[in-house]
Design a protein around this ligand. Structure first.
Ligand code: UN1
Length: 513
C-alpha cells in the first residue's frame, strides 16, 4: 500500500488530543470521554478527541443563546462579509482539509477536494443571499392599508451531520444560517470528528478578527447520549437539521416534533437511473460508474438501481461488468485507485449481509461481492463493488445498503420503468438517460420520478449547491443548500399597516361600538 504522507495534519494544526467543543472563538476544556479516530484507509490512529459532555453542551448552548441576541441585529450583508472570509479561509486550506476528509472518511482525495469546494461554493452563495433575503408585498383588501412579509432569524440551528460528508453538509446549513442571522451548534458524526475540529479551527481566525460574538458558530463533538439526544429535546433549539439514516431521522422527527420544533431531514436514498434504448450509452456508463462506486457507495445520492430497457440490457450489463472488472480498489489518496474503503467494519458487515439476502431472495451476483483481504487491505474495510441482477424490486432492493451494490433490472415500456423507479420507500435522487424527448418529459412530469432530484443525461450524485437538496418519502422531505431553502432557517412575519383614519375590518365585517 502507498504510504500516506501525513504532513497535512501539521498544516491543519491538529493536536494529539483535540477538545471536542468550541464556541467559535474559544475551545472548552471538555470533560467527555476520549475518542480515538482511526483511518479506514490504513488503520492508523489519526488523533484523539476529548469529547463534549452534557455539561459542556450546556455551556455551549448558553453561549449560543446569548450570541443570537447580538448576531441577529448585525445587518445581513455584514454577516455575509464574515461568510465571505470563511470561504476565503477554506480556499487556503482546501488541499489539507480535503486530504483529512479523504483520510478520516475514506473517500478519494478528488472527492475530498470536491467536498471542500462545496463548502467554498455555499459560502459564495450565502454571501449573495445576505443581500437577497426578500419578502413579498401584497395588496391589502382594505383602503389605506399596506401588507408585506419579512423574514427574521430563527435562533439556534442544531446541525447533526453524517460521516459520509464530514464537512460539506454542515456548511450548507451553517453558512446559510449565518447569513440569515441564526447561530449554529454542530454535532458531527463520532466517526469523523477530526474533520469537524479541523474545520472549526480554520474558521476560528475569521470569527476572531471580525469580532463575531462568542457562540455564533459552535461545535459540540460528543456522543448521541451526551449531546445528540439532549439537542433533540432542547427547546432552545427551534430547528434541527439532521443528515443520516431513515432510522435515525424518524427518531429526530419524533423527538423534535414532540416539542413542535422544526426539522430538516436529509435521510436515505435509493437512487435509480433509467437507461432507455434511446440513451447515449457512453455517457450513461460513465455516470453510472461514478454514481455507483464513487465514495464507495456511501453517498445518499449513490446510484443503487439501474432500470434498463430490454433492447440494451445485455449490452449495458456486458460493458458495465467489464468496467467493474477494471476498477482498482485501494488507498483513496492514491489517484490510481477508483474505490476506497467503507467507513468501518460494521459497514462491511452490512454489505456482506445484504449480498447474503440477495442470494436468499433470488438475485444473482454478476461481479464483486467479496471483502478484500491481504496486503493493503488490513483494515478489513475494503470491499469489491458489486453488481446484482434482479427480476423485480426484491425486498433487499427496497432497502438502502450504504455500500457499493448496484441492482440491474429490465423494462419494456416507459410506464413500467417509472413504476419500478418509484416503487421504493425512498425518494432522493433519480436520473434518466435518453435522447427521446417524450421519455425525458414523461420522467420529469407529474407522473414521472417522485424524487427531490430528477436529472436527464447526468447521474444521481454530485448535485450542485445552487439547487435545493433533499427528497421525499423516507428521505425525509427537507431541503438544504441552494434555491430558497434559506426560508426554513428564518421565521416569516406578515405585517399589515393601517395608514388611514378609520378601522375597516377584513372580510367586510361590521363591528361598531
Ligand atoms: C450526502 O450524501 O449526504 O449530490 C450528500 C451529492 C453531494 C452531496 C451528497 N453534492 O452527491
Amino acid at each position: 500500500m502507498t504510504k500516506t504522507n501525513l504532513s497535512f495534519l501539521k498544516k491543519l494544526k491538529l493536536k494529539s488530543i483535540s477538545a471536542g467543543a468550541s464556541t467559535g472563538v474559544a475551545w472548552l476544556k471538555t470533560t467527555g470521554e476520549i475518542i480515538e479516530s482511526y483511518s479506514p484507509v490504513d488503520g492508523k490512529l489519526i488523533g484523539k478527541i476529548k469529547t463534549a459532555s452534557r455539561g459542556d453542551y450546556e455551556k455551549v448552548i448558553a453561549t449560543a443563546e446569548k450570541a443570537f441576541s447580538e448576531w441577529r441585529k448585525i445587518p445581513a450583508p455584514k454577516r455575509g462579509e464574515v461568510v465571505r472570509q470563511i470561504g476565503d479561509e477554506l480556499r487556503k486550506h482546501k488541499e489539507s482539509l480535503g486530504m483529512l476528509v479523504s483520510y478520516e472518511m475514506g473517500k478519494s482525495y478528488q472527492e475530498g477536494l470536491g467536498e471542500v469546494q462545496e463548502m467554498i461554493d455555499i459560502c459564495d452563495f450565502a454571501v449573495g443571499l445576505s443581500r437577497q433575503l426578500y419578502g413579498l408585498t401584497m395588496h391589502s383588501e382594505r383602503p389605506n392599508h399596506r401588507m408585506y412579509e419579512q423574514w427574521h432569524p430563527l435562533g439556534i440551528i442544531g446541525v447533526i451531520s453524517a460521516f459520509n460528508f464530514p464537512v460539506a453538509v454542515w456548511s450548507w446549513n451553517a453558512m446559510i444560517a449565518l447569513a440569515c442571522g441564526d447561530v449554529v451548534v454542530w454535532k458531527p458524526s463520532s466517526k469523523v470528528m477530526l474533520c469537524a475540529v479541523a474545520t472549526q479551527q480554520i474558521i476560528e481566525s475569521v470569527l476572531k478578527r471580525n469580532n463575531v460574538p462568542e457562540g455564533v458558530l459552535c461545535l459540540v463533538a460528543g456522543s448521541s447520549k451526551e449531546v445528540g439526544d439532549v439537542m433533540l429535546e432542547d427547546k432552545r433549539i427551534p430547528m434541527i437539521s439532521a443528515t443520516g439514516s431513515t432510522r435515525v431521522g424518524i427518531r429526530v422527527a419524533q423527538k423534535v416534533g414532540e416539542r413542535l420544533g422544526r426539522s430538516i431531514l436529509e435521510l436515505g436514498g435509493n437512487n435509480a437511473i433509467i437507461i432507455s434504448q434511446h440513451a447515449n450509452l457512453d455517457l450513461a456508463l460513465r455516470a453510472v460508474t461514478f454514481g455507483a462506486v464513487g465514495t464507495a457507495g456511501q453517498r445518499c445520492t449513490t446510484t443503487r438501481r439501474l432500470i434498463i430497457h430490454e433492447k440494451v440490457y445485455e449490452e449495458v450489463k456486458k460493458k458495465l461488468t467489464k468496467i467493474y472488472s477494471q476498477l482498482s480498489i485501494g488507498n483513496p489518496l492514491d489517484p490510481a485507485n477508483h474505490v476506497g474503503p467503507l467507513i468501518d467494519t460494521s459497514a462491511v458487515k452490512d454489505f456482506s449481509s445484504s449480498l447474503q439476502k440477495v442470494k436468499e431472495q433470488g438475485g444473482k451476483i454478476l461481479i464483486g461481492g467479496k471483502v478484500k483481504q491481504g496486503k493493503g487491505f488490513e483494515t478489513g474495510c475494503y470491499v469489491e463493488p458489486s453488481m446484482v441482477e434482479v427480476k423485480e424490486n426484491l425486498p433487499i432492493v427496497k432497502h438502502e445498503t450504504f455500500a457499493p451494490i448496484l441492482y440491474l433490472m429490465k423494462f419494456k415500456t416507459i410506464e413500467e420503468a417509472l413504476h419500478l423507479h418509484n416503487d421504493v420507500p425512498q425518494g432522493l435522487s433519480s436520473a434518466i438517460f435518453t435522447e427521446n424527448m417524450q421519455e425525458m418529459e414523461a420522467f420529469l412530469s407529474v407522473g414521472g420520478s417522485d424524487c427531490g432530484i430528477a436529472n436527464v443525461n447526468i447521474g444521481t450524485s454530485g448535485a450542485e449547491i445552487g439547487g435545493a437538496f433533499g427528497g421525499e418519502k423516507e428521505t425525509g422531505g427537507g431541503r438544504e443548500s441552494g434555491s430558497d431553502s434559506w426560508k426554513a432557517y428564518m421565521r416569516r412575519q406578515t405585517n399589515t399597516i393601517n395608514y388611514g383614519n378609520s378601522l375597516p375590518l377584513a372580510q367586510g365585517i361590521k363591528f361598531d361600538i
